[in-house]
Design a protein around this ligand. Sequence first.
Ligand SMILES: Cc1cc2nc3c(=O)[nH]c(=O)nc-3n(C[C@H](O)[C@H](O)[C@H](O)COP(=O)(O)OP(=O)(O)OC[C@H]3O[C@@H](n4cnc5c(N)ncnc54)[C@H](O)[C@@H]3O)c2cc1C
Length: 366
Amino acid sequence: MNLNQECIMLKSELKKFSQQVILDKADEFDKAGTFPIDHIKQLADMGILGALVPEKYDGAGLDLIGFVVSLEEMSKVCASTATVVATHNAFFVYPILKYGDEDQKKKYLPGAATGAIVGGFACVETNDAGATKAGDAYLITGTDPLVFNAASQGPFTGFFPVKDGDCTLLACVVDEDAKIARKETSAVLGLRSAGIRQVVFNDLTLSASSILGSLQNGHAVLNATRDCAAICLAAILVGIAQGALDEAIKYARERIQFDQPIINFGMVREKIALMAIHIEASRQLVYDAALLYDAGKKLQPAASKAKYLAGQTAIEVTTQAIQIFGGYGYMKDYPVERYFRDAQVVNVIGGTPAMQKELIAKETIG
Ligand SMILES: Cc1cc2nc3c(=O)[nH]c(=O)nc-3n(C[C@H](O)[C@H](O)[C@H](O)COP(=O)(O)OP(=O)(O)OC[C@H]3O[C@@H](n4cnc5c(N)ncnc54)[C@H](O)[C@@H]3O)c2cc1C
C-alpha cells in the first residue's frame, strides 16, 4: 500500500521515538509491571495520545490510517505502550466523540488530548457487575477483573448490563469516585505494563449526565467502539509480529551452528518467508479497514477480518520466532518471549477470535 506523505512522516517519527525512547525501558517495565506514564506524556506532546481527538478539542485529529501506522511502530518495540494509547483513543475517546453530548466532549476531550487524563474502558457484559435503576440515576455494583489504563486513575467508558431498568446495556462515562476501588490484579501473562487493574464498583451512583447517547443505544455504542478498537488492536498485532520477525532475522544472522549462520538453513529461511507473507497480508487488511473508517464507511466485516487474521498471524509468527531462537527463545534475556505473551493477550481483548468469526459469518451470510 502506498501511504500518503503525512503517514510516512508519522511512521518515521514514531519509529524514531520507539527505538530511541520506548525500547530502552520496554523489558524493564514488562518485568516490573510499570505503567509507562513518562512515555505516555511524551506521546501526548507529540500529538499521538490525542490522535483521534479533533483539533477543535486540542487534539491532533489524525486519520485512522495515520494512527494505525503509529501503533504499529510502537508495538514493534512495546505492545503495552501501544495498547495504553489504543485503549485511550479507541475505547475512551471514540465513543465520547461519536455518541457524547457537547458537555461530555468539552469535559473529557481536551484533557484526553494533552495527557491530563488517560482514559480506560470497563465492559462487563456478564453478571460480574451490573446497573440497577434508582430514581433518575443508576447504581453500579460488582467487579471488572481486568481494566487497561486503570493504573492512571483516569475516567473510563463503562458498559454495564441493566437489571430491571428501561434499557439492557448502559453505556456511560465513569469518573473518579470514592465508590470505585482499583486493586492490583494477580500477575498477568502479557501487556504487563498496560496499567491493568481490577475495578470494584461499590454502589456507584451514575447520573443521567454520564450516559453516552440515549439510554436505549448502549449496544450500538459498544458495537461501534469495538469495531474501531478491532482495527487498532489488529495494528498492534501486526506490529508485534513484525517486531518478532525483525528480532528473529537479526538472531538468525548472528547465530552460528555447523560453521555457518543459521539464516543459511532452508528450514529457517522457509519460516522467515511464511512469517513475512502472513504479516504483509494482515497489514493490508488493517490498512483497508482503517481507510474504510476514514471514508466514513461501514467497518464490518473488514474490522473483524483484520483483527482475526492479525491475531492468528501474531500468534504463529511469535511462536516461530521462538523456534528460530532455539532454547534461547524461551529465556527472558531475549525479547521474543515477551512478543509471544503480548500476542496471546491482544488476540483475546476487544473480542476473541471466535467472536470475530461470528461477526464475519453473520455479515458474509447476510
Ligand atoms: C490482559 C487483559 C486485559 C483486559 N482489559 C480489559 C479492559 O480494559 N476492559 C474490559 O472491559 N475488559 C478487559 N479485558 C477482558 C476481555 O475483553 C475479555 O477477556 C474478552 O473479551 C473475552 O471475554 P471473557 O474473558 O469473558 O471470555 P468468554 O466470553 O467467557 O469466552 C471464553 C471462550 O468462550 C468462547 N465463546 C464465548 N462466547 C461464545 C459464543 N457465543 N460462540 C462461540 N464461542 C464463544 C470465546 O471465544 C472464548 O474462547 C481484558 C482481558 C485481558 C486478558
